[in-house]
Design a protein around this ligand. Structure first.
Ligand SMILES: *Cc1c(COP(=O)(O)O)cnc(C)c1O
Length: 368
């Protein structure tokens, strides 16, 4: 009997995305093997983190890399690194509650649920601009002696109201303020592993290990300038300092490193072709069969280039359709908003699940 069966838990079909609440993504056998290997011996965790980081850095055209327990952990560690620059006295002052104030600037248009991690790092969030636009002088006006970092959320879906990353980095460099890019879900394309840092000049970029990289669900990656990666190291486990709670194990380090190697070696064009074929078949199977407007949409919920199908309901009852889908067996998970929109994506499916997605959707969607 499998572990989920023992607990009376039904597995689900993921036509949604790499959502933590669904278990993130599924690890490749090579990743599980690497974790198994790592589990068999004692090592120096400092040494493993250092060597795995060096290897990932050289594979991703970065000066340094650090493995942590998720992108949210990466946000906290990155801000601690920018606040302290790895200075043990500054770290101790934060622990003692005697540190000077710290402010992290972010665009109003970039506000996301995960920005609460700025507060976890003991910093005040300072927003700049509004939901429509931001001007250079507005960003410059927010920079002061307490500014620790500018926190930039990457993604085509957030770009509108904010200054570009290029302009942000230019202004930040003028004031010697580091720029942290939250790129947690910005894969694919694989080139983003170096785009924000090596190409655009950001100091640090943060990725989830358990989304498209298909590493351990509780893993994350920070890449960037050596100085700041070293500053992360001084704050993080295995030291018993502020970052101790984000302790990547030897198994997670080995697993994520292997997942990154696989992701770099992967034929991403072939993935796109396969997903594209599924999405075209879904369009044929759904179009005209329901009372909904259906089209192919090649940008996903995080603004990344991934083929998917958009379904627009004629009534604002998306939540009713979702609860219908949840009452069927097997349950098919989809992306939705609270009104009229549902999206289905092929990138988290396992072989043979493509048709079940359609069968269940046809049971749940309103017919003509
Ligand atoms: C998913 C996500 C996070 C959190 O990532 P975890 O790896 O689950 O901690 C942070 N920021 C953004 C933009 C995300 O999409």
């Amino acid at each position: 009997m499998g572990i989920y069966e023992t607990l009376g838990i039904k597995t689900r079909i993921n036509a949604a995305a790499c959502y933590t609440a669904l278990g993130g993504s599924l690890m490749a056998p090579e990743v599980l093997q690497a974790m198994n290997d790592a589990a068999k011996s004692f090592i120096s965790l400092h040494e493993l983190q250092q060597k795995a980081g060096e290897r990932i850095a050289s594979l991703t055209k970065n000066e340094g890399a650090f493995i942590t327990t998720g992108a949210a952990a990466g946000i906290v560690l990155s801000i601690l690194a920018c606040r302290t620059r790895g200075d043990l006295v500054e770290i101790q002052k934060i622990i003692d509650g005697n540190a000077k104030r710290s402010e992290v600037i972010m665009y109003t248009g970039h506000r996301i649920p995960y920005d609460s991690n700025i507060r976890v790092a003991g910093s005040d969030l300072v927003t700049v601009g509004d939901a429509i636009q931001t001007f250079d002088y507005q960003l410059e006006a927010k920079i002061n002696e307490y500014t620790s970092a500018i926190f930039f959320c990457a993604g085509a879906h957030l770009a509108g109201p904010a200054l570009s990353l290029e302009r942000t980095v230019e202004i930040a460099q003028k004031y010697s303020i580091p720029v942290i890019v939250d790129a947690a879900a910005q894969l694919p394309p694989v080139t983003n592993l170096w785009h924000f840092t090596h190409e655009m000049g950001a100091d640090l970029a943060i990725f989830s290990g358990g989304k498209a990289l298909r590493g351990p669900q509780s893993s994350g990656l920070v890449v960037g300038k050596r100085e700041f990666i070293e500053a992360i190291r001084v704050n993080a486990a295995p030291y018993a300092r502020l970052g101790r709670g984000f302790k990547a194990s030897k198994e997670e380090i080995a697993g994520l490193m292997t997942a990154i190697e696989l992701y770099l070696a992967k034929d991403h064009g072939a993935d796109w072709q396969r997903w594209s074929k599924t999405v075209d078949a879904w369009f044929e199977a759904l179009n005209g069969k329901t009372a909904c407007k259906i089209w192919r949409d090649d940008v996903n919920e995080a603004g990344q280039p991934t083929p998917r199908i958009a379904i627009q309901l004629s009534n604002p009852n998306a939540l009713e359709i979702i609860s219908k889908l949840q009452s069927l067996d097997p349950i098919v998970e989809v992306v939705h908003d609270s009104r009229r929109m549902i999206w289905i994506s092929p990138d988290s499916l396992q072989a043979g699940e493509e048709n079940i997605v359609i069968t269940q959707l046809l049971k749940a969607l309103p017919t003509k």
